[in-house]
Unconditional design. Sequence first.
Length: 269
Amino acid sequence: MDLIRRTALALLACAAIGSPAQERSIVMASTTSTEQSGLFGHLMPRFKAATGIDVKVVAVGTGQALDMGRRGDADVLFVHDTAAEEKFVAEGFAKARRDVMYNDFVLVGPADDPAKTKGSDIAEALKKIAAAGAPFVSRGDKSGTHAAELRLWKIAGLDPASTPPANYKACGCGMGPALNIGSSSGSYVLTDRGTWLAFKNRGPLVILVEGDRRLFNQYGVLVVDAERHPHVKTTFATAFADWVVSPAGQAALADYRIGGQQLFFPNAR
């Protein structure tokens, strides 16, 4: 009996020693724009150095990331569709959302600009693209960028979801692949600036429309509520959310640059 007891205690001790290392990790559902911009390669080593917590990033569109949270398939979300995030909180899947950072969207297209969009505001530019029947590549993936694009088309008085303009193509893909298609086909594309700055295969594409206040792009962080999904790692997820809005996390975001250009601008409150 003593041998059995000692063996059981030894196994429990081994489990206790091993479990923190095994459990000290989280799954974060985030956007392809943050992942493809290279931000996480810069950010996550700093977070791990500060906390010892590993982060496994699943890069999908914001809509898919929120759905992962609803299913309990992620511990924390790092996304950019404020209206959808607030709905997620109202549905009880998170206690709160917090602003983290922002950048902006830009409209890119071929340098010869067949629709003559340069110098226009974004709504006027989209009207010109539709009127000219110029090719436009949409992500079409229910991402934050796709949601923003549809809002902008609506402001322009058009609805690609029901009546797409001529040569409007929804790829159902991430930001990088959408830009690759745009580059190879000479199409217009709405992209976040971070992914554009990191994108190497630009071909004929250049920025044509930027600076419109309606192109503002806010990112938020949400911890999935353990009351809905008891298995989520709330403590570690909250540690990430707290860190990314802390002075150290905000400084790490501000430090990330490509070619000397800052990609994201921290604005945690």
